[in-house]
Design a protein around this ligand. Structure first.
Ligand code: SF4
Length: 281
């Protein structure tokens, strides 16, 4: 029987900062880092994982589900995952993690999993432990570390932010249905081949009677039309200007609002709200 410490890296800001934080504040812990790879990740995610591994001085285990996105898509009758039927999180994120820790728990090990819920996220609930030997630890909530604190940790450690934060607000699968419409527009600009792949998945789903499109109520071949793109970009700019006018300028962080990380705040529940702690942290 042993004590194990595991920390899931999503490819996003918060879990990376947590890994840095735990490494700095609890250097005595031998933490096993893991990343549940859906096979549908942005290339920037892999680049960021490499950068983080450099800081941590330890590899991040890639947990590949035994069955990939395409397998589960067929199992779910070609229906795209959606907020109502979120099979992707269940099958591609949670199940591989549970499979991975199963032998540890079976051996009687006590496992602590560290989850990056910040102190300013009262509304979020983390993964609930289903085994008596599994404990969930929330170091950011306990230490009062909020979004600004997370930025400070990443900046001061030299790890920085994942590159996709230049154009996208959070991590997650390349064509996650939680994306805002502006992010779909940017996905098409940055990774046109991935956008085309998303379109073909959507077309196949619709042909199989799926009521879900990737972006709520609007297929991607409508969303990508030039007039619609102009509208989406104008809507984004309008919301952003409104937010800029509302916020006091922080002279120490003049570029804060230039990044896309505030998309959630701009759009709130209108688009993409409700992303989960497992995929997006
Ligand atoms: S990032 Fe989105 S598509 Fe991927 S597993 Fe999470 S909810 Fe599903």
């Amino acid at each position: 029987m042993a004590e194990k410490h595991v920390l899931g890296i999503s490819g996003g800001r918060d879990s990376a900062a947590l890994a840095v934080y735990v490494r700095q504040h609890r250097p005595e812990l031998d933490v096993d880092y893991f990343f549940t790879d859906t096979g549908k990740e942005l290339p920037e995610v892999y680049e960021f994982l490499g950068r983080l591994e450099g800081f941590l001085g330890k590899p991040i285990a890639r947990l590949n589900p035994r069955r990939d996105f395409d397998f589960w898509l067929r199992e779910y009758n070609h229906f795209l995952p959606s907020p109502q039927t979120r099979w992707c999180t269940k099958q591609l994120k949670l199940a591989p993690f549970e499979q991975w820790i199963k032998p540890m728990l079976a051996a009687g090990d006590k496992v602590t999993t560290y989850v990056a819920i910040r102190s300013d996220e009262d509304y979020r609930e983390g993964y609930s432990a289903k085994h008596p030997n599994l404990t969930v630890s929330l170091p950011f909530r306990e230490a009062g570390i909020d979004k600004k604190g997370v930025h400070d940790i990443l900046e001061s450690s030299g790890v920085g932010l994942p590159k996709y934060y230049d154009w996208r607000s959070r991590s997650g699968c390349t064509f996650c249905f939680f994306q805002q419409k502006i992010e779909w527009v940017r996905l098409k600009e940055r990774h046109p081949e991935a956008f085309e792949e998303a379109k073909s998945y959507e077309k196949n789903a619709i042909e199989h009677g799926s009521p879900f499109t990737w972006s709520k109520g609007e297929p991607l071949d409508e969303l990508e039309k030039p007039a619609r793109v102009i509208q989406i970009v104008a809507d984004y700019d309008r919301r952003r200007q409104r937010e800029l006018a509302r916020r006091p300028v922080n002279p120490l962080r003049p570029a804060e609002l230039q990044r896309c990380e505030d998309l959630d705040e701009l759009f709130g529940e209108d688009e993409g709200g409700g992303a989960c702690v497992v995929c997006h942290k």
